[in-house]
Design a protein around this ligand. Sequence first.
Ligand code: FAD
Length: 406
Amino acid sequence: MNNPKIVILGAGYGGLTTVAKLQNKLGVNDAQITLVNKNDYHYESTWLHEAAAGTLHHDRSRVKIADLIDSAKVNFVQDTVTAIKPDEKKVELQDGNALDYDYLVVALGFEAATFGIPGLLENAFTIGSINKARQIREHIDYQFATYNNEPETKQERLNIVVGGGGFTGIEFVGELANRVPQLCEEYDIDRNKVRIIVVEAMDSIMPGFDPELIEYAMNSLEARGVEFKLGAFLKEVRAEGITVEQNDEKEDIPTMTTVWAAGVRANHLVEESALEDNRGKVEVTPELRAPSHEDVFVVGDCALVWNKEIDRPYPPTAQIAMQEAEVCAHNLIALVKGGELEHFEFINRGTVCSLGHNDAMGSIFGGKKIFGWTASVMKKVIDNRALFKIGGVGLLLKKGKFNFFS
Ligand code: FAD
């Protein structure tokens, strides 16, 4: 195929890593590359919990796409994709236009999964984009600012409930545990009046993590005033309270701030398209193609890749999204210029979970456990590596995390 049209949907970890490699390896006349994203910026999804807690300014987590792409080789379209039509080889955009393609890369990321919990969609916040993260920060600030300015103080303003003790929930709570004392000082509030409550349906936080790492995380967070309700199910979310069920007993907790961090699903456009899906994701071939449409590649949170060792899918992470994107780009280049297609194999480089400033825990290099400051430095190194992969040294120097001692 001569000068094929390659359209990439989504400028997150998967989409941008694909573009970075394509623009590096393909010449102007090799292919017509188009990148579509709803915003004119890329954001680091893995930093959003910091923006939501207010410990990192949201502008640190985003970067203009124009600064990351080679505009001579990549045409950037800022628009929202409204439909993927693989049988017609086109995608539809909100502005009414459609783009046709020879090869498509679907990298549209995740959305919150609400599991039908009454009131959750209407009353809980989710950490899913820059604007959602900003909304959470502003909302929490407002609750603290208002607390002492009402005739009768309302405890529900100072109770913060986080639904889900998985990776996102725990990283967010770690930041909150640092932010709350600052807010208390700013707004003359006794720290002991503020409750940060994690509601987790499993009997443990961070399921799948090593028990020693889990214990470390719980001790660190409890020491900073976080409460855990384990084996507890969120039954209802209201504007001024929640109901949880634990050991067959129901409890109402007054709160004006419920942040839901307990589940993600693939972008709904995948399920709505004619791509064959498995619970909303495309179970990709080893070359990362959609089995029903071999001109469509799917990477990141929209793709399902099976971990044969434990007979379960790999969890959605930035790490796997970027590794998939490397293989996807290689395969596109092979299709354009000729060459062998590669099969995707996940290389586990470890996982580190932040617990706030200068604290973290995780395992690296084939299972070596790390804790505290060492783990927190490693977390920053991982964040910096992702920046380097997407935008090279320039982006790393502009947005990198080098505050290893504060
Ligand atoms: P994304 O990075 O989400 O990118 C999707 C892009 O598509 C976005 O730019 C979005 O704006 C755009 N988009 C969406 N819909 C449309 C549309 N209709 N039209 C146009 N554009 C659209 N993973 C880790 O590996 N390590 C971590 O420490 C970690 N921490 C996390 C912390 C938090 C708070 C969160 C929320 C997630 C974390 N993750 C972590 C998971 C990780 O962020 C995701 O797995 C990763 O972002 C998936 O990459 P992606 O390219 O599939 O999607």
